[in-house]
Structure formats: C-alpha cells, structure tokens
Design a protein. Structure first.
Length: 284
C-alpha cells in the first residue's frame, strides 16, 4: 500500500502541496496564537467561503479566480466586522462570529444552488488527491512568498506581538506590519482550501502552533516544531485518506489533533505530565 501511495502521481502532488501548506501556514499560526488571535484565524478561514463560491459560480473551477474571491471575501469580513465594532457597542469577537456564520451559510447556499454535491464536498472538505500541477505551483509560490515576507517583518512582528506600545514609541509601523501579517494569513488559508477544504483550512495553521507550545518556550524553536508537527500530520493524514478513500482535510486534521492531544498530555511545558508528574532534578 505504501509503494502505491508514493508511486501515485496524484499523491506525489498532494504530498508536495501538504508540505507547502505546512511550511507556510504553521509559522503564521504561532503568531496568531501568541497574539491571542486563534479564533479570529478560524473565523477568517471560514469567511473565505462566499468569495470562493461566487468565483466558482462565475468562472467554474478556476483556481486563480477562486483564490482571488477567497482573499476578497476574507478581508471584507474582517473590515466589515471592524467597522461594525467602531460604530456600535458590539465587541469585535461577537461581530466576527456573526459575520463568519453569515458568510458560511451564504457560501454553502450558493454552492448548493449552482453546483453539485461533489462540488460542495470538495470546497468544504478539500480534495488533495486531485490537485494538478498548476495548483501545486500556486501553493508553492504562496508558501515561498510567505516565508520571505515573514522573514522580512520578523523582528517588528515579534515586537508588535509582545509590546505594541514600545514599537509605536520607537517609530515602528505596527499597523503596516499587522496588515501584512493578516494578509499573509488570509492568503495561506485560501492556498490551503483546495487541499484542506474551507472548513479545515485553519486547522493546519493553528493546531500545530498550539501543540508546539507544550514542547518549547523559545519562539524560533516553536516555529520549527510547529512546522514539524504540521508536516508529519499532513503526511500521515494523506496516507490514511489514500488507504481509506476518505476526504484528505478531515484525515489530516484528525492526525494533527491526535498529536496535539499527545503534546497536551506529555509535553515539556504546561502539559498534564509537566504539571502533575514533573521530572525530579538531581540535587548536589
């Protein structure tokens, strides 16, 4: 079965796509978690659905157009929610939750009315086993841009995440950095929806980042660990999807979720083991 998996051209493309998503998304997830924006990341992932659906209705399965539609919808929901927060007494998390639910319902309804059940399943849950070379190239390009831009804004992003007041006091452009970071997050969610589905696209971004916190307290090490968890989970999840003939998105997220549970129980910092069964240190 493993020989068939690695020799199958479709699965080879799926593996490359999974590696691209893991390398690009997991580091962004670490910063989302550090900035206490995990739920916002999940909301943004779901908010791309109506844009993807609209592009699908107008242009069919055109990946560039669906990607543009997803980015436009995700950023629009974030901007509208922020505007509503400023002009009313509603908190931003409540505003985001309301618009995200409306966006998901609208997207599902649009696809249900103008597509087939298979189209709806592919968009919601992903279909990594049917990616073509063009889609994989696009995913690789977005991941490469993400890594480069993240490296460029790394220092101000770290400072803005931990002490935005200090960054402003020294003349740092915190608003620009945050805007670039959120744009990268939306781009990566759009990038991964074809393989993971719009319902699961935030999973490979957030769950490895959360799990990594149980193994290290150093930011750079946390970035590396999150990528490692995402890569291992994606590969094993694809193998399970290939063997069981199930959607790839849920399979990958369940594997990564299992790794999160193991981290929660056995990790070095803050886990159940670390809290209740700490290692004894030798005394001189």
């Amino acid at each position: 079965m493993m020989n068939g998996f690695f020799n199958d051209p479709a699965m080879q493309r799926a593996l490359i796509a999974a590696l691209c998503v893991s390398v690009g998304s997991a580091p962004l997830g670490v910063f989302l978690v550090l900035r206490r924006m995990s739920l916002m990341g999940d909301v943004m992932a779901h908010a791309i659905l109506p844009g993807v659906a609209a592009a699908f209705i107008l242009c069919g399965m055109s990946i560039p157009m669906m990607s543009i539609g997803g980015v436009a919808a995700g950023l629009s929901v974030a901007l509208i929610a922020g505007f509503v927060t400023r002009v009313t007494s509603l908190r931003e998390d409540a505003s985001l939750a309301a618009f995200y639910l409306i966006a998901v319902a609208a997207g599902v309804m649009m696809i249900a009315l103008h597509g087939s059940a298979k189209d709806l399943e592919d968009i919601l849950f992903g279909d990594a086993q049917n990616l073509d070379n063009g889609i994989v190239s696009l995913m690789a390009g977005i991941s490469a841009v993400t890594v480069v831009v993240l490296a460029m804004i790394y220092r101000p992003l770290v400072m803005e995440s931990f002490d935005p007041v200090f960054l402003r006091s020294v003349g740092g452009k915190g608003g620009l950095v945050q805007g670039m970071f959120l744009t990268l997050a939306v781009l990566n969610m759009v990038e991964s929806y074809r393989a993971m589905g719009t319902l699961m696209s935030a999973g490979l971004m957030l769950i490895p980042a959360i799990a990594a916190q149980f193994w290290t307290q150093r930011l750079r090490t946390m970035l590396v660990v999150s990528i490692g968890i995402a890569v291992v989970g994606a590969v094993i999840g694809l193998m399970i999807a290939f063997a069981a003939q199930v959607p790839s998105g849920p399979a990958i997220i369940l594997v990564v979720g299992g790794m999160y549970v193991l981290s929660l129980l056995l990790g070095r910092f803050g886990s159940v083991r670390a809290r209740y069964f700490p290692f004894k240190h030798f005394k001189a």
